[in-house]
Design a protein around this ligand. Structure first.
Ligand code: SAM
Length: 481
């Protein structure tokens, strides 16, 4: 136990807290960003950010009461509001943190569901007293968002369950939402490109076009001058490329980007849709090229958004999905495959993210056929464990706006996965390995009793009875025989 405790403390010392790690991953914290950690506790995050080269300071009434409260581009209010018992003080702290934030305020709080992880507690005010007699308020995701919106009169963007961003400029929120929506596309392989001269430049240009599904406007592509000197105008260079690659890849890129935009615009309704002029230039060009006008774009987006209210359409899209595992009542797909689903399913999933934010360790998303409900399932060892165990599930019902979290991490006999290849897309890195194992398991008849294999203990027993064991993704006779 001591060993584990020590390891945890060490971990705490070397990794950023969840909200800051998320902000780093989301590009909210970029090189040179100034950061202020409001309610920094013992200052662990301040130290770590300092080591990472950020211009960072912090304040905490208990640990660093002398420090000044200073403005910064990014202000972090990390798990502070949930420890403040007095409601007006709680709101006051949120407001003063917002006043200091030049670009973004990152607000996080403990969520309902997490209290099950904390020792027995009793009700107190609008929260509870923990075993250590400290106050904790557990929010629901919706409650936290509404409290932030009401208190600051600003919209809040869910970054992750329990973590919200509040942006100073509307345009910043838009750029952020768009990046989040952009599907990660497989890059072109070097071997695909057969240019003798300028291959590096042309590949770079191809990647630009493939990412956006359109040609650059003047000044948009940063190597445009070089391109013009060596190959020609953006259009001429694209003609050269198409001779070698054919048209299809570019049609696909165009459709993909069109769908990205459609999903993004549909979801932008949640943040009071911005005016065209407030959008980043890149996005304005996208809209002109793909839809002709902002008005036409918004009409198309609204149609996509309202389609998710028609469960029949959703059910149809689920039934015809080309990725994921289809069960009678739901579709289960790996999160990396979401962008390959039809736009209405992506909008449905996107609406859930509006409610919950990104569930950091979500591996599988489940879309129900009968009702508008989305569940994120966490299998942290999905890639490495042949039959990973379920750690937690975040659910959101889009009709009632109810959200819930079920913690499986403490269960002795958690549900596990089989046939992992069914959840992922064709080009998923480990798909072949998953498939090979499944074939062997089928040959040995290990899936013969479906009612036993769904949980860790039942599966272990089936393996024992059959005299086999699984190491990594290798199946072998017990005792290495
Ligand atoms: C759970 S800790 C979080 C510390 C750190 N931000 C983190 O994420 O690890 C809550 C912190 O809020 C601080 N705090 C309590 N009341 C506060 C207030 N009115 N203003 C600023 N910080 C406060 C406490 O001193 C404590 O260090």
């Amino acid at each position: 136990v001591v060993g584990v405790a020590r390891e945890r403390t060490a971990l705490r010392r070397t990794t950023l807290s969840r909200p800051l790690a998320r902000a780093l991953e989301d590009g909210i914290l970029a090189k040179g960003t100034s950061v202020f950690d409001y309610g920094c506790g013992r200052g662990g995050d301040v130290e770590r950010l300092d080591k990472l080269g950020f211009d960072v300071a912090g304040y905490d009434p208990n640990f660093f009461p002398e420090n000044k409260r200073e403005p910064a581009r990014v202000v972090n209010l990390g798990y502070v509001v949930n420890v403040i018992e007095d409601r007006s003080e709680r709101a006051g702290v949120l407001r003063s943190a917002w006043e200091l934030a030049g670009e973004v305020l990152v607000v996080s709080a403990r969520l309902k569901g997490e209290e099950r992880r904390i020792a027995a507690s009793e009700g107190h005010g609008d929260g509870m007293l923990t075993g250590l007699m400290t106050f904790q308020k557990f929010f629901t995701q919706t409650e936290l968002r509404e409290w932030i919106v009401q208190t600051l009169k600003q919209s809040a963007v869910a970054a992750e369950p329990g973590i919200f961003y509040v942006f100073r400029q509307p345009g910043q929120a838009e750029s952020y939402m768009l990046t989040r929506m952009r599907r990660s596309r497989a890059r072109l392989r070097r071997s695909d490109v057969v240019f003798d001269n300028h291959s590096e430049l042309l590949e770079d240009y191809m990647a630009w076009i493939e990412d956006r599904g359109r040609l650059p406007r003047a000044g948009e592509y940063d190597r445009q001058v070089e391109l013009r000197d060596k190959v020609g105008t953006p259009r001429q260079a694209f003609q050269v490329i198409k001779v070698l690659t054919g048209e299809e890849r570019w049609d696909r890129a165009r459709v993909a980007r069109y769908e990205d935009l459609l999903v993004y615009l549909a979801l932008s309704r949640f943040h009071r849709r911005p005016r065209l002029a407030d959008l980043p230039h890149e996005l304005q060009y996208d809209i002109k090229d793909f839809f002709g006008s902002y008005k036409a774009a918004i009409e198309a987006a609204d149609r996509a958004l309202f389609a998710i209210g028609r469960q029949g359409l959703i059910a149809e899209a689920i039934r015809s999905a080309k990725v994921g595992k289809r069960m009678p009542s739901a579709l289960y797909a790996h999160t990396s495959a979401i962008s390959m689903l039809q736009p209405c399913l992506r909008v449905l999933e996107g609406c859930t993210r509006e409610l919950l934010g990104t569930v950091a360790d979500a591996t599988i998303v489940k879309l129900d056929i009968e009702r508008p409900r989305v569940t994120y399932l966490e299998y942290p060892t999905f890639d490495t464990d042949a039959h990973p165990a379920l750690r937690g599930a975040y659910m959101a019902a889009l009709d009632s706006l109810n959200t819930d979290f079920i913690d499986y991490s403490k269960r002795d006999n958690p549900p596990i996965l089989h046939r992992k290849e069914r959840f992922v897309a064709e080009d998923y890195e480990h798909r072949k390995k998953f498939e090979r194992l499944t074939k062997k398991e089928e040959r040995l008849g290990l899936f013969g009793s479906p009612e036993r294999i769904g949980t860790a203990a039942g599966w272990a027993q089936v393996l024992r009875e059959c005299g086999v064991e699984i190491r990594g993704h290798q199946l072998r006779r017990r005792n290495g025989r």
